[in-house]
Design a protein around this ligand. Structure first.
Ligand code: HEC
Length: 107
């Protein structure tokens, strides 16, 4: 009987660990400089459920939408300068570049 109880608790622990690993809650993008930067320059078109969001979905409540796409974002913002179409000023581009070079912190 004792052994069974032990096995039960061991299984419950495994299930809990497995659940918390596969259902990790998303990190919110709170970086004080870059959160408003992305909100202002990209959010209008790319926010989840926006009509143009399909090309790249930006969700500030899930920082992985930045992290998982960082090389593509660097390309369109800095290399090609194709996004946003309303051109960014040199200083706005430098803000992005500085953040990019410092390892793209999300908070
Ligand atoms: C005025 C609306 C608008 C704004 C602002 C805007 N985008 Fe876009 N974006 C679009 C549309 C529409 C598309 C899809 C059509 C296309 O690729 O030209 C797109 C496509 C993209 C794509 C996928 C296509 C590709 O070229 O790789 C990425 C990535 C992207 N945008 C990133 C951004 C980023 C980052 C910003 C902010 C710095 C931004 N966009 C700002 C409208 C916008």
């Amino acid at each position: 009987m004792k052994k069974l109880t032990l096995i039960f608790f061991a299984l419950a622990l495994c299930a809990t660990l497995l659940y918390s690993c596969t259902h990790a809650s998303p990190t919110v993008f709170t970086n004080a400089t870059m959160r408003p930067w992305f909100d202002n320059h990209c959010g209008g078109c790319h926010r989840t459920n926006a009509s143009d969001a399909g090309a790249w979905e930006y969700n500030p409540y899930d920082a992985t939408t930045i992290q998982n796409n960082i090389s593509q974002l660097y390309k369109v913002i800095y290399t090609r300068k194709s996004m946003p179409r309303q051109k960014l000023s040199t200083s706005e581009l430098e803000v992005f570049k500085t953040w990019y070079n410092s390892g793209q912190p999300t908070n």
